[in-house]
Design a protein around this ligand. Structure first.
Ligand code: PDD
Length: 280
């Protein structure tokens, strides 16, 4: 295991020395939230939006944010390496109580953990990936970025078992999102993504793509996507902070469009990379 330096509850220490109690509510109940922030050459990408979502997730599970934005940025700084692309993973749990009890403990300090990891380019980024559709078995608070990811994990593993990289989740006949990503499709030349709701995580990459589409006069719409529409789409993409914009070229064993990366993806990929460069 790479013994990098991580942050845990006020200290910077080697990963192998970072330990929490077995009574931590994150361990016992998955009672916590997390964030993933890309860092390109030492610069945090859209950190304001990520810290806003952190605030929203904390409020959604009735926890206070232990730090101000300035304090978070100061905590990240020693973990960053300007010579590469990384992402910050941060997790806050409701802390360690004296005993296991579902109800919130009183006066418990949160557990705060932060680490950085290298962004590893995804195999298939320029050739496209395979995805499968699965019934979305998750709860009604998917807009909160909680560490309770068991349903997402089972969906993703089901995709991997079917030799695919991502699961596209379907709820009541409509696309919600990927197991760890948002979904875009191109239908009759129009770029579509499901609207924000408690059925999806409001992805920061998703927002950036919509802003770039608007600025560049691309035809786009936030609207529901039925399973039938997904299956007949010219292009499908899945998007996230760690994987950026991945074109799906095979869905449930069938070619998407012409079975290769589509022209709208190519245009958006160029805009996205140029935008990233402009922020460095
Ligand atoms: N996941 N939806 C889900 C369920 C996700 O887990 C993610 C990202 C997204 C995309 O959000 P963003 O563009 O802000 O990364 C949508 C992260 C990367 C993870 O769990 O590692």
């Amino acid at each position: 295991m790479e013994n990098k330096i991580v942050y845990l509850n006020g200290d910077y220490l080697p990963l192998t020395e970072a330990k929490i109690s077995v009574l931590d509510r994150g361990f016992l109940f998955a009672d916590g939230i997390y964030e993933v922030i890309p860092v390109y050459q030492g610069r945090l990408f859209h950190w304001q939006a990520h810290l806003q979502r952190l605030d929203d997730s904390l409020a959604g599970i009735r926890m206070a944010n232990p730090y101000s934005s300035e304090q978070w940025l100061a905590l990240f700084a020693p973990l960053l390496d300007a010579s590469k692309d990384q992402y910050i993973y941060l997790q806050i749990t409701r802390g360690t109580a004296a005993k296991r009890d579902h109800a919130f403990p009183e006066n418990t300090a949160p557990t705060v953990f932060i680490m950085s990891s290298d962004i590893v380019p995804v195999a298939g980024k320029y050739t496209g990936i395979k995805a499968v559709t699965l019934t979305d078995s998750r709860w009604l608070n998917c807009h909160l970025k909680t560490i309770a990811l068991l349903a997402n994990i089972l969906h993703r593993q089901e995709a991997v078992d079917q030799d695919s990289m991502e699961a596209i989740l379907i709820k009541n006949g409509y696309v919600t999102e990927g197991a760890a990503s948002n979904v875009f499709v191109v239908i009759k030349g129009v770029l579509l993504t499901p609207p924000k709701s408690n059925a999806i995580l409001s992805g920061i990459t998703r927002d950036v793509i919509l802003e770039l589409a608007a600025k560049n006069d691309m035809v786009y719409c936030e609207d529901v996507i039925s399973l039938a529409e997904l299956k007949s789409a010219e292009e499908i993409w899945v998007t996230s902070s760690t994987r950026e914009i991945l074109p799906v070229v095979e869905l449930d064993g069938l070619a998407v469009g012409e079975g290769k990366c589509g022209p709208v993806w190519q245009a958006m990929e160029q805009l996205f990379q140029a935008y990233k460069q402009s922020l460095l």
